[in-house]
Design a protein around this ligand. Structure first.
Ligand code: MLT
Length: 411
């Protein structure tokens, strides 16, 4: 006996939520091969890549097969041609100044939000909204930034900020000091958002307390309301205290293609134990150049095409398609008397379970009686108990069919 495991992994719940759901669904399908299951669980897009993206992707693959245009390793931080497009089309229009060396192209917001904690000390206190995208919590547990899970479903050492119908899904500022604050807006899983004024309170808090906000904006393309910020950098002072994560997955259909980016402003500093300040951008650059080889050239060319006029038109069509599904889900659930949240500036609809059912009971009911798969709210944290998440990432036909099946249940 010599090799020791990282025992922090033993603190984790045995399965990542979506793996557990897949396991249960596969078992059900085996026992009920006739069941036409409709999956509204994991937030995976269903519409194909836009035509303009596919054309660019194809041409870039052909370039790789030609000795004149072939490319080997690219820059670990991503190609400049994509960073420049991001700056021009995502940030300039919001009046936000970002430089190319503040942008790090990657394969996923999931990986970046999981990896970012590595550049911060283990003694930092992290705060998460509850319910929460599990990656933020689990990656910190793996690193050793928490104690064991307590009976209330919270890991000790992590500050949970409940977001429920009672507080209108608006997290309260922490009552005890915290260092790293994860915010995801529009929120996964609740589909709710914060207005500019509400988000400003968080930026002010971070400035006052020397905290850093890790802002996951993977769903910003779904924002249709003028009062809801698309980027945390729309808030004054945020470039000193916030790292922003974005993705091409949910707006341009890249869940199977993989491309995302993270903005790490050069103005953000953090300190060593002697109080000396270091810039976070250099640390993240060091981490990425050591542990990451960059996103493939054809994928980055494909991502650039998302910003072309045609690409923008095509992705708007997809977003509107999913938002229409979200509206159908909201209205159908409300019609049968359920309370629903989100689904307006978001592809996620957060449903209060009926008849005091817990989240997994409602999961079982929908799977067994309607062959519908959703995500039990408790899988996102203890405050998600009694809630259930449905996604609008499906075909219109499946969405309508799923709502018709649920409407026929006596709930
Ligand atoms: C979700 O269903 O919460 C998302 O698909 C997860 C992800 O994007 O990794």
């Amino acid at each position: 006996m010599s090799v020791k495991i990282n025992e922090n992994y033993l603190l984790l719940k045995s399965n990542y939520i979506f793996i557990e759901i897949n396991r249960r669904v596969e078992e059900f399908q085996k026992e009920n091969p006739q069941a036409q299951i409709i999956k509204m669980g994991i937030g995976d897009v269903t519409r194909p890549l836009p035509k303009s993206v596919v054309n660019a992707f194809e041409n870039a693959v052909l370039e790789m097969g030609n000795s004149e245009t072939f490319k080997g390793y690219g820059p670990e931080q991503g190609y400049r041609f994509l960073a420049e497009e991001i700056i021009e089309k995502d940030y300039k229009k919001l009046g936000v100044e970002v430089s190319t060396d503040e942008i790090f192209i990657s394969d996923a917001a999931k990986c970046d939000t999981a990896n970012i904690q590595e550049i911060f000390g283990l003694k930092n206190i992290i705060a998460v909204t509850d319910p929460v995208y599990p990656v933020y919590v689990d990656s910190n547990v793996m690193a050793g930034r928490s104690g064991p899970m307590q009976e209330n479903g919270q890991y000790s050492g992590i500050v949970y900020l409940p977001c429920t119908a009672e507080n209108n899904f608006i997290p309260e500022l922490p009552k005890t000091p915290v260092d790293l604050i994860y915010l995801c807006l529009p929120n996964n899983p609740t589909g709710t958002t914060l207005t500019r004024d509400e988000l400003s309170k968080w930026v002010d808090y971070a400035i006052e307390h020397n905290s850093i906000i890790l802002f996951d904006a993977a769903y910003e393309a779904y924002v249709t309301d003028e009062n809801i910020p698309r980027s945390i950098y729309e808030i004054e002072g945020a470039k000193k205290v916030a790292i922003e994560f974005r993705s091409f997955s949910k707006d341009a259909g890249f869940t199977g293609t993989r491309c995302a980016f993270t903005v790490v402003p050069k103005d953000i500093t953090a300190f060593d134990c002697e109080g000396k300040a270091y810039d976070i951008n250099s640390l993240w650059n060091r981490r990425q150049t050591t542990k990451f080889n960059g996103v493939s050239y054809p994928v980055q060319v494909a991502a650039k095409a998302v910003y072309s006029d045609n690409g923008q038109k095509e992705i708007r069509e997809s977003i509107e398609y999913y938002l229409k599904n979200a509206k159908i889900i909201r209205e159908s659930m409300e019609k049968i008397g359920l309370k629903v949240y989100g689904g307006v500036n978001s592809p996620y609809i957060w449903v209060k379970t009926p008849l005091n059912m817990d989240s997994w009971e409602f999961f079982d009911l929908l799977l067994n009686k309607a062959y519908i798969v959703g995500t039990p709210g408790v899988g996102f944290g203890p405050s998600g108990e009694g809630y259930f998440r449905l996604t609008a990432f499906n075909t219109l036909e499946n969405t309508v069919e799923a709502m018709s099946r649920i409407s026929k249940l006596s709930i």
